[in-house]
Design a protein around this ligand. Sequence first.
Ligand SMILES: [Zn+2]
Length: 257
Amino acid sequence: MFTDTHSHIHFSHEFPDVEDLIVRAERAQVDHQIIVGCTPDDSYLALEFVKKRSGKNMWSTLGVHPHSANLFTEEVEQKFRSLVLSEPKIVALGEMGLDYFRNLQPKDVQIKTFRSQLRLAKELNKAVVVHVRDAWDDALKILGEEGNKKVILHCFTGDMNIAQECWDRGYYLSFSGVVTYPKNGYLRDIAMSVPEELILIETDCPYLTPQPYRGKRNEPAFVIETAKILAMLMGMTLEEFGKLTTQNAKKIFGWKK
Ligand SMILES: [Zn+2]
């Protein structure tokens, strides 16, 4: 019933107990997951991970995070293209984007890699999973110029004006455990205003653990805590909210069972 749209449970050093954690997720009815890649090699591992579990409702992405933007070469681009064309388990490109907070790569390198991946996604008609931190002006400008229609803003933490600009353009806003933190009332206000058809939920596990598990390693089953808060804000039952967000995820990722 629930979909974790952004999970990194293929990180084997973080999740040596991954099979137990998948069972816990299923028990919590978190039975759909998108496994997101961050570098070329990490993306190939994410793909292998979901292919090994082909009976599960798990799909993967291929992407190069802004922290590793220098790794997106022409060879990588060509490999991504051929994998997307041959592997139905790949449902999006990303994560990709801009991060001027940690600035681990020069801005021009981040921008070039972001634009290249956006163009590849358009060519292949795939959704993009976008990471933005302290870089909203450039990110929105570039997204607008490249014209991608299928856009997911992962772990949305922008302000209300940015949120409005995003949903006016038809972008999806994905909320993580950050929305459960007491100090983040502004995000809960945004969540109450997002058009229903554009809202998604995610863990970004092992990071961003929601209340009341904060301080522990995050895992897909915990996405329920984020769902509980959002369902309450939107005046829905947990079940209705689970169905809504899974339908939304199915629409944007276009997965096939
Ligand atoms: Zn992530």
